[in-house]
Design a binder for this molecule. Structure first.
Ligand code: SAM
Length: 189
């Protein structure tokens, strides 16, 4: 009996060890991938997510993108509070997996969302009514041209923390932890 208990404890310890090793490698590989693409995975605070969404002036049925969607927190809030169709791209395995788990846990909201593990630079986003961004300035510099080429006049971009190079903001909100910048495609900027 004691021998069986010892074996079970050993097996549990091995399973726990394997779990932590797997988790460690998933985080390591994810952070290497994110850094390679220019922006580490740093989730945005809920308070800023709400401000971002209200700045985007969303209407039910609008198509909204989060480029580099992390665990999907912006997409979930957008669907829950504004009844939009939310699309996200995330290159890194760990946040993508978190997002998928959240979607599994909330099938009602997930029906209004599509999330792909993919480089957003290789995706067409011309159906966007709004694009939400929390990206490193180097990534924003490259995105600035893509957004100008692909987005329809009147669509809206909200960038958290860093401004979009070469674009003139229609609105700025500096009341939170980080500034938020709102841009309108086709306006003077
Ligand atoms: C600062 S985090 C923001 C996460 C999320 N949007 C949020 O606000 O909580 C930036 C994310 O963009 C992802 N990312 C960076 N470059 C990417 C690319 N080219 N394609 C897809 N995802 C990318 C990173 O892996 C990272 O998870």
């Amino acid at each position: 009996m004691i021998a069986v208990s010892i074996i079970i404890v050993y097996l549990l310890l091995i399973a726990l060890g394997l779990f932590f090793i797997g988790y460690f490698f998933l985080r390591l590989i994810s952070s290497i991938i994110s850094n390679h693409y220019g922006a580490p995975y740093v989730p945005l605070e809920d308070e800023l997510v709400e401000c971002m969404l209200s700045m985007a002036q969303l209407h039910p049925g609008d198509v909204v993108y989060d480029l580099g969607c992390g665990d999907g927190r912006i997409l979930f809030r957008a669907v829950a509070d504004h009844q939009v169709i939310a699309r996200g791209y995330e290159i890194s395995y760990y946040p993508y997996l978190l997002c998928r788990l959240r979607m599994l846990g909330n099938p009602r909201l997930a029906r209004q969302m599509t999330v792909e593990r993919k480089d957003f630079f290789t995706s067409n986003i011309s159906d966007a009514r709004a694009v939400l961004l929390y990206q490193h300035p180097d990534v924003l510099k490259k995105l600035a041209t893509k957004l100008r080429t692909e987005l329809q006049p009147g669509s809206c971009i909200v960038s958290a923390r860093y401004p979009l190079p070469g674009w003139k903001p229609e609105q700025e909100d500096t009341s939170g932890k980080y500034p938020l910048y709102m841009y309108r495609v086709g306006s003077a900027g």
